[in-house]
Design a protein around this ligand. Structure first.
Ligand code: B12
Ligand code: SF4
Length: 663
């Protein structure tokens, strides 16, 4: 039975929101016009009550055995789901499909909730069979799982629409659809590229309701303003499925920088688009009403949100007057400490966790990745300042840049442990993510990239390296994790935390333990982690054989019991180390190189500047800049001249570097 044709409406002459709204300035006005038109249309039609289901599913991705990575409690809520849910709720309230249509919304975050297509299909059929299945925020690594989830819905004749970074990134950067998108399209899956604010979801819902879903909605060339848009929201029952019962919000989109591995600038643009202080207040109030006071701000770089200060000011006001318990996690760049008052206001606004895009400590690598804004000569001052303001610091670190070797990677990890006071270091394979300049270049050069998108989770190697063999690169990746997450280094992290009044050693313990456990016990990238792994025998990847219950269930039970045992042992050990650090007689006077205040001669002494590739050149640049700032003269040095001939990313990757030093 083709459910799409069931109860199909006659052709309508509704103007498509695209053409109607292009002449209307504000998103609110567009929505109101759409509401009035839909209302008039609805009254002209049948008065029988109708039901339309909008099912929003945020897919997970498969582990190496072919089971979706799922938890009883996932670590972080899906902000894309929160955004879609809020936009859909707004459309529902405005009765966008007409006054007699009951729009029912269903949200599933597969990382913390099993998706049962058979049950969803049954529910839809019971109430008339009209629906849209939305695969929400699908990343490249989640695309294969999204396709598998779509199969039963397509077989039941329900329309499926996929959105998110894989679709948007490919459409933004590639001259034609890649083979996986073509195959999905051939199956009957429609795509949504770009962002669906600005009344675009209304168009999609109306098309689906009328059985006229288009095969591609391409909004890549029009970035919507966020002002006046419904703000992200998930009901409490969903938020409760995350470990910290934290909610999410994106306060802005876009980043001005140009890192070659980044997809964000090619999808969400390089101009800062921001929500308003009233929006933040609304998000906080709505969530506080459900007893949620902990938030993850998903902006890739909140330090470059042009409205950061007014947004922080509003939160500070709310903390002082009504909600002293507000706590935030944000992502920033390595120059955030240079923005006057940024860190100070972040601390007052309740920022307690900060993700920093450190990426690498070898300036040559940073330049090759067009990440020139990252200056290793600023790293120490920046991290120390965040710590002094009470934030637990997390840094992303990418392995596999052109000048990396296994030895240099392991050397770098030791330098970081000794000289940078980070709490958490997260390692990633340099990955040509669809939507990034790197991916486009490799494709143009005909370089090998793994065709299995499921592996594009930054935890698998999906390309070759110029210097390291595949085995060496993989070994370097696993050894890097193993050498940072040792009991000895945990001791150092805890001693550093214990020495500062502003720190929260117990929270540091939980965070460090989470990373130890997820990598060592669960074997997944901590950003995909959660509490208690779920596995369902029948949800295995399409094409992989279903295991027999006699093998699957005993192994799952044994694995789960072993993990709990290993974790309890690991936690106790770490707790004992923390207790020692808290009880140490020299607790408050403890100092090591990393937390010692920056000294004048440290640029001469520290390995960070002398053992890294390009460290000396970075130092020379810093000295030159200092002289310029002090109003003096600068004389070009051979090091600076060499720096000018640095290879482009394409040259690095093809090995045809213009600078003989980098071949
Ligand atoms: C927050 C975040 C996370 C969080 C939470 C993820 C989650 N479960 O939601 C955490 C930290 C866990 C995370 C982890 C990872 N992430 Co992440 N993450 C983000 C981030 C910063 C924000 C996501 C967001 O909320 N965006 C705002 C929403 C509103 O935008 P959106 O998702 O594009 O959705 C809009 C449109 O696409 C469209 N749309 C989307 N879906 C649909 C569906 C329908 C039906 C319709 C009509 C429209 C539509 O409408 C939405 C509203 O406008 C993005 C970067 C970014 N700026 O988006 C990276 C990003 C999505 N992550 C990425 C990656 C690679 C990962 C990891 C694999 C690796 C890693 N270690 O970082 C893991 C995977 C874990 C997992 N299972 O999700 C990549 C994906 C690139 C790609 N080509 O796939 C991104 C783009 C960042 C990057 N490095 O380039 N991530
Ligand atoms: S700073 Fe972060 S968000 Fe901005 S371009 Fe670089 S990787 Fe992308």
């Amino acid at each position: 039975m083709d459910l799409r044709s069931k109860g199909r409406r006659p052709e309508n002459n509704l103007p498509k929101s695209d053409s109607l709204c292009s002449n209307i300035g504000s998103a609110n006005l567009k929505r109101r016009v759409a509401t009035v038109v839909a209302g008039m249309w609805g009254t002209m039609r049948s008065t029988a009550s109708n039901v339309f289901h909008f099912v929003m599913i945020k897919p997970s991705h498969y582990d190496d055995d072919g089971y979706p990575i799922q938890w009883i409690r996932s670590a972080i809520p899906s902000n894309t789901l929160a955004c879609l849910n809020a936009l859909a709720e707004d459309a529902r309230r405005r009765k966008i499909l007409g006054p007699d249509v009951d729009i029912r919304l269903h949200t599933y975050d597969e990382t913390n909730r099993r998706v049962r297509p058979d049950r969803i299909i049954r529910t839809i059929r019971k109430s008339g069979g009209r629906a849209l299945i939305g695969l929400v925020g699908v990343q490249s690594n989640q695309f294969p799982r999204a396709i598998d989830l779509a199969r039963p819905f397509l077989a039941a004749g329900l329309p499926v629409l996929a959105g998110g970074f894989h679709v948007s990134g490919c459409i933004a950067m590639l001259p034609e659809l890649p083979s996986d998108l073509k195959a999905a399209r051939a199956m009957g899956i429609s795509f949504f590229a770009g962002e669906c604010e600005d009344g675009r979801l209304d168009e999609v819902l109306l098309d689906a309701w009328n059985g006229k879903l288009k095969s591609i909605y391409n909004y890549m060339d029009k970035l919507p303003a966020l002002t006046g848009e419904p703000t992200p929201f998930l009901p409490l029952k969903h938020v409760r499925r995350t470990t910290g019962a934290a909610s999410s919000m994106d306060l802005g989109r876009g980043c001005p920088y140009q890192c070659s591995f980044c997809t964000i600038i090619n999808v969400q643009g390089r101009k800062s688009r921001s929500r308003t202080p009233d929006d933040v207040e609304r998000i906080i109030r709505e969530n506080h009403a459900q007893n949620i006071s902990c938030f993850i701000v998903t902006d890739d770089n909140f330090a470059r949100n042009s409205d950061w200060e007014v947004l922080f000011d509003r939160v500070i006001h709310l903390r002082k007057t009504e909600f002293p318990d507000l706590v935030f996690t944000i992502q920033v760049d390595t120059l955030s400490h240079k923005i006057p008052n940024f860190i100070e206001k972040a601390a007052q606004a309740g920022v307690r966790h900060v993700f920093i895009g450190l990426e690498n400590i070898n300036p040559d690598n940073l330049i090759a990745a067009k990440k020139r804004q990252n200056k290793i000569t600023e790293y120490r001052e920046m991290i120390q300042k965040w710590r002094k303001h009470g934030a637990i610091t997390y840094a992303g670190y990418i392995l596999g840049f052109p000048s990396d070797t296994k030895e240099s990677i392991l050397r770098d990890v030791e330098i970081i442990k000794r000289e940078l006071p980070l709490d958490i270091l997260e390692f990633f394979f340099l990955t040509p993510l669809p939507g990034s300049e790197d991916h486009k270049m490799l494709l143009q050069n005909g370089s090998w990239m793994d065709p299995d998108m499921n592996k594009y989770d930054l935890n698998h190697r999906v390309a070759h390296h110029l210097k390291m063999s595949d085995a060496e690169w993989e070994d370097a990746y696993h050894t890097a994790w193993a050498s940072y997450y040792t009991p000895e280094h945990a001791r150092t992290i805890f001693r550093r935390a214990a020495a500062y009044k502003a720190s929260r050693p117990e929270m540091t313990l939980w965070t460090v333990a989470f990373f130890f456990r997820t990598i060592e016990v669960e074997g997944v990238q901590p950003l995909e982690g959660g509490a208690f792994r779920l596995k369902f025998r029948r949800d295995r990847r399409f094409g992989m054989k279903l295991e027999t219950p006699l093998i699957f269930y005993p192994r799952y039970a044994w694995e789960s019991a072993r993990k709990v045992w290993v974790y309890v042992r690991m936690y106790r050990r770490l707790k004992a180390i923390l207790d020692e650090a808290l009880a140490a007689p020299d607790r408050w006077t403890y100092r090591d190189v990393a937390i010692a205040p920056p000294e004048k001669d440290e640029f001469e002494r520290l390995s960070l500047y002398h053992e890294t590739t390009g460290g000396e050149a970075a130092l020379a640049r810093k000295r030159r800049d200092d002289v310029i700032r002090a109003g003096g003269h600068v004389y070009e040095t051979p090091l600076l001249a060499k720096d000018m001939t640095m290879a482009t990313p394409a040259e690095w990757r093809t090995g045809r570097a213009s600078n003989p030093d980098v071949r």
